[in-house]
Design a protein around this ligand. Structure first.
Ligand code: 6R9
Length: 646
């Protein structure tokens, strides 16, 4: 890690604008009601209490959900840093998303309003979602799916994607959702690592007006995955796709004889049984299969949805993420459904056909809470204020941001143009590995543009030096967490050693690679990754994945990928390429290599800049020193080069 990372710390700590909540916001806030029940009316004092009473806090939250059998012990270190939450409890997250609401007025509420890329709309009540989930669960059961089996879900943002996720989890099987924008190789690698038995996909769909051939890509991936027995295909577009006899089956054929009153009871899972594996990029090697479980994950997703977004009965919640990322898992599907709120699911892209598409969706569905990303905001900022101004966004009452640091300029634009100069913005810091939001204001706290403010209750966040010692107010360091929380990943699938690195990089704390500063008032500002992960438009890409793709091209000897600051995307990819003897640098070659990355990794990973170079800086052990390349590229101090092979 770079020693000089925090040299510019002082210059970043200058934000003085503070926005305070109105008395009505505080009075009606969900978090306020809970605080009061514990005898507090001040967040700081309440937070201190929560650190000392972690298990009581989580017991209170967990009790609001349905358990087939209660837990005996709230938390247990099994073999540190491995641990369990809600030990002995029997639980199914889907029961809490659906079945529980069948006894209450939520039954007839809209669960999702959906809008297609082409503008078509559809909606589904909680009861309809319950019915369709049960039918699909029955169909999957008929295909032989059972508890513990892994299923890859490679679908567009249609309601059936959500039904697929819920049906798999209902049966106690484990889903691994693969983003619909990923290429065949990425899908194949994830299927192989998870040893998935089934893929649920669609023929294809349109996004931003472009057709994505999901079934063709699935066929290509599945040709090299021995574990796949069945491919279920949802007919989204009526495309003429090839169906392999005995392996492939259409969703509608699978469900044809399954009546609407079919009930497949939720599999009673142990709290610690697997719910899903979600692959995310690390700095080296293949993507990591982050493992989440039914009990603790549910409690974390539910609690944060309730407190951070302050969900009320008549809210319309819209999280613009894709279900293929963790944000979609926790805040499109699980968190919102457990709270019984009405959500929006949107298949399209922000600026298609016009730069006001999002604002038009928000207006038409009367969205009250909008949760989006800095990259989304920056992307739309560039078209000008007149686009949001065309729309009545007066229903909005709360805004959120996630995925990367939000620069104060974008924060102010968001508040001014979307939040009519008065809405609070919840800048939420968390990760695939944390399962749910960790650092974020709630509606009752003061805000500073560009700051995720403070940790949520019980989350023992600290900013530390290399010895895990707090740096103190007004300084910068590594962002760590000192105590476990329920929705934390349990391990890396097939690779527990890799899980250990999160706890062993810095002594006795959880560290997942971000740097942060804390100002004199205790406001935290997350600065981004300290390792070699590149964050493009809010999505984590491993430098390794991009480099592996490049060196798989016959002309490439070696490659190094770095992230460079990008006004729009947060970071963009720049690659340095050493060609093999006999190949000459040219514009055509650069084009060909970019295309190669597109087809092997996916469009997000395509390098914006490609430079041919005769050599790359390496350590003596042969590791490419990406931070040296990055420092050179950005004209920054190079730092410790003691391991550099001169
Ligand atoms: C939820 C999600 C995690 C990484 C994380 C950090 C960055 C996320 C942020 C933020 C600053 C925020 N990040 N939210 N940085 N402020 N509010 O994005 O998960 O895809 O696993 O990425 O994203 O660098 O470590 P994931």
């Amino acid at each position: 890690m770079n020693n000089n990372l925090f040299e510019d710390t002082d210059s970043i700590l200058t934000e003085e604008r503070i926005f305070t909540p109105t008395p009505e916001m505080v009075e009606n806030a969900n978090i306020n009601a809970y605080m009061k029940s514990k005898g507090f009316d001040d967040y700081e004092a309440f937070y201190k209490w929560s650190l000392a009473n972690r298990d009581e806090y989580w017991d209170d939250q967990a009790k609001e959900l349905h358990w087939f059998e209660p837990w005996q012990k709230t938390f247990e270190w099994t073999d540190k840093p491995f641990f369990k939450w809600f030990v002995g409890g029997k639980f199914n997250i889907v029961y809490n998303c659906l079945d529980r609401h069948m006894e209450t007025p939520v039954r007839n509420k809209v669960a999702f309003y959906w809008e297609a890329d082409n503008g078509e709309t559809r909606s589904m009540t909680y009861e309809q979602l319950y019915v369709e989930t049960n039918r699909l669960a029955k169909g999957l059961q008929n295909l032989g799916l059972k508890k513990g089996d892994r299923v890859a879900i490679y679908m567009p943002a249609v309601l059936e994607q959500i039904i697929a996720v819920l049906a798999v989890a209902r049966l106690g099987a484990v889903h691994t959702v693969v983003f619909g924008g990923f290429a065949a190789n990425a899908l194949r690698d994830r299927i192989i690592d998870a040893q998935a038995k089934m893929v649920i996909t669609a023929d294809g769909n349109h996004r931003g007006g472009k057709l994505i051939q999901l079934k063709n890509i699935t066929d290509e991936a599945v040709a090299e995955t021995p574990t796949i027995e069945k491919v279920v295909v949802y007919n989204r577009e009526g495309l003429d796709v090839s169906m392999k006899e005995g392996r492939d089956i259409y969703w509608h054929d699978l469900l044809a004889d399954i009546p609407a009153d079919t009930v497949v009871p939720c599999e009673p899972m142990d709290s610690e049984d697997l719910l899903y594996i979600l692959y995310t990029s690390g700095s080296t090697g293949k993507p990591k299969g982050v493992v989440h479980v039914h009990g603790g994950y549910a409690v974390g997703a539910y609690t944060t949805t309730k407190f951070v977004f302050d969900i009320k009965d008549n809210d319309i919640f819209w999280c613009t993420a894709d279900v293929g990322w963790v944000t979609g898992h926790s805040y499109i599907i699980y968190g919102p459904l457990m709270t019984g709120v009405t959500s929006v699911l949107f298949e399209g892209t922000p600026a298609y056909p016009n730069p006001d598409r999002w604002w038009s969706v928000a207006e038409r569905f009367k969205v009250t809470i909008l949760y989006t990303s800095p990259t989304g905001i920056r992307g739309l900022m560039r078209f000008g204020e007149e686009w949001p101004a065309k729309h009545d966004l007066s229903h909005l009452r709360l805004l959120g941001s996630v995925g990367e640091p939000i620069n104060p300029e974008a924060w102010m634009w968001y508040r001014h143009n979307i939040g009519h100069d008065e809405l609070p913005i919840m800048d939420t810091w968390w990760q695939t590995e944390t399962g749910s939001i960790m650092i974020s204001p709630t509606i009752i706290q003061p805000l500073k543009p560009g700051s995720a403010t403070r940790p949520l209750p019980t989350i023992a966040v600290d900013i530390v030096d290399r010895n895990s010692k707090s740096v103190g107010l007004g300084k910068g360091g590594f962002l760590v967490v000192r105590q476990p929380w329920p929705s934390q990943m349990r391990t890396i699938y097939n690779d527990p050693a890799r899980y250990l690195t999160y706890w062993e990089t810095l002594p006795d704390v959880y560290f997942a690679g971000d740097a942060a500063t804390i100002d004199k008032d205790g406001f935290i500002r997350v600065q981004g990754r300290v390792d070699d992960v590149i964050k493009v438009s809010g999505h984590r890409l491993g430098s390794m994945e991009i480099e592996s793709s490049l060196v798989s091209h016959p002309a490439v000897a070696e490659a190094a990928a770095i992230g460079k600051p990008d006004e729009l995307k947060g970071e963009h990819v720049k690659v340095f390429v050493i060609l093999k003897n006999g190949f000459e640098p040219s514009d055509e070659m650069a084009k060909e290599l970019k295309l190669h990355v597109r087809t092997t990794v996916g469009a997000l990973a395509v390098p914006e800049e490609l430079e041919f170079t005769p050599s790359l800086p390496k350590t003596r052990s042969g590791k490419i020193m990406r931070r040296v390349i990055r420092a050179r590229e950005l004209g920054e101090p190079i730092g410790d080069t003691s391991t550099l092979d001169a």
